[in-house]
Design a protein around this ligand. Structure first.
Ligand SMILES: Cc1ncc(C[n+]2csc(CCOP(=O)(O)OP(=O)(O)O)c2C)c(N)n1
Ligand code: SF4
Ligand SMILES: [Mg+2]
Length: 289
């Protein structure tokens, strides 16, 4: 399938020239096309931020909600219609800061969704404040003396919670990022892909070159089913590993655990007994408004 099926045509894109968000958008389109996922079978869900604009720039169904709140609607959409591919995608501030509580409990629920996080280690949209993943000493107009909190480690937290798939990529390497995304999207269960992404305007420290110098790929000696080894890799700091850290594929998904699809695999929305009456009700509210 040609990745052009996901193009929106002529639209204004609000990202700065050179922003890593462009690369992630391109790579995601390529991964979806290679997996033959059609736009009509895809739902993109996001919160607020530069990264969270991604569903506006990719042709598919989408839900763009409140800051930090992408994961609950993504979980609900998948539960209501498991035939859809559901991707919750946002920035490090949105997913790990404002949405941190949802991040933890979505991992526990294990819906069959992919969670892509553009990790530029900064709040880009609101002009450069520190985010939960900002590195120690990172100076901003708010953190004038530099960040003094240890950065949040999303991979270590996800592995500690026995997430069913945990990976990290760097958009500096588009080909590898695409392969990691394909594995995450085809994985059954919650799949986290944290993607290092340069913010060329508000983060002049964690640049393309910085990401190249401070990362390396996990090799074949790493066993992604070994949780302790995955945790050890996740807490490495000086050079941070990239690749699939951990998988726990035998875990039951949220949809399976609810029992909704034990007897009947029809999506929930098709089971509404009195659809015409519901339609009438919705229309009467519209008329009243
Ligand atoms: C409840 C609430 N708090 C704060 C904001 C302001 N706000 C909008 S986006 C954002 C941070 C976005 O950072 P991140 O998720 O890392 O995305 P980026 O812009 O870096 O891609 C903040 C604090 C908001 N919109 N709503
Ligand atoms: S501010 Fe940073 S994250 Fe936002 S579009 Fe510009 S380069 Fe990208
Ligand atoms: Mg950010």
């Amino acid at each position: 399938m040609d990745k052009k099926v996901f193009d929106m045509g002529k639209i204004d894109i609000a990202w700065c020239p050179g922003c890593g968000d462009f690369g992630i958008l391109n790579v995601l389109k390529a991964a979806l096309a290679e997996l033959e996922i059609k736009p009509e079978n895809l739902v993109m869900v996001s919160g607020i931020g530069q990264a969270a604009k991604i569903p506006h720039y990719l042709r598919a169904h989408f839900f763009n909600g409140l800051h930090g709140r992408a994961l609950p609607p993504a979980t609900a959409i998948k539960a209501a219609n498991p035939s859809m591919t559901v991707i919750a995608e946002s920035g490090d501030g949105d997913m790990y800061g404002e949405g941190g509580n949802h991040f933890i409990h979505t991992i526990r629920r294990n819906p069959n969704i992919t969670n892509i996080v553009h990790n530029n280690m900064v709040y880009g949209l609101t002009k450069g404040q520190a985010s939960p993943t900002s590195q120690l000493g990172f100076k901003t107009p708010v953190q004038v003396a530099g960040v003094f909190l240890e950065p949040f480690n999303p991979l270590a937290v996800a592995i500690a919670l026995d997430a069913s798939f945990v990976a990290r990529a760097s958009i500096v390497d588009m080909e590898q990022t695409k392969e990691i995304l394909k594995k995450a999207i085809t994985h059954k269960g919650y799949a986290l892909v944290d993607i290092f992404q340069p913010c060329v305007t508000f983060n002049r420290i964690n640049t393309r070159d910085w990401f190249k110098e401070h990362t390396y790929y996990l090799d074949d000696s790493h066993d992604p089913t070994d949780r302790s080894a995955a945790f050890q890799k996740a807490i490495e700091k000086d050079k941070m590993p990239l690749g699939v850290f951990y998988t726990s594929p035998q875990k039951k998904t949220f949809e399976q655990n609810t029992g909704l699809y034990g007897q009947d695999d029809k999506p929930l929305f098709e089971r509404i007994p009195d659809l015409p009456r519901l339609k009438m009700l919705i229309e009467s509210f519209r008329d009243a408004g």
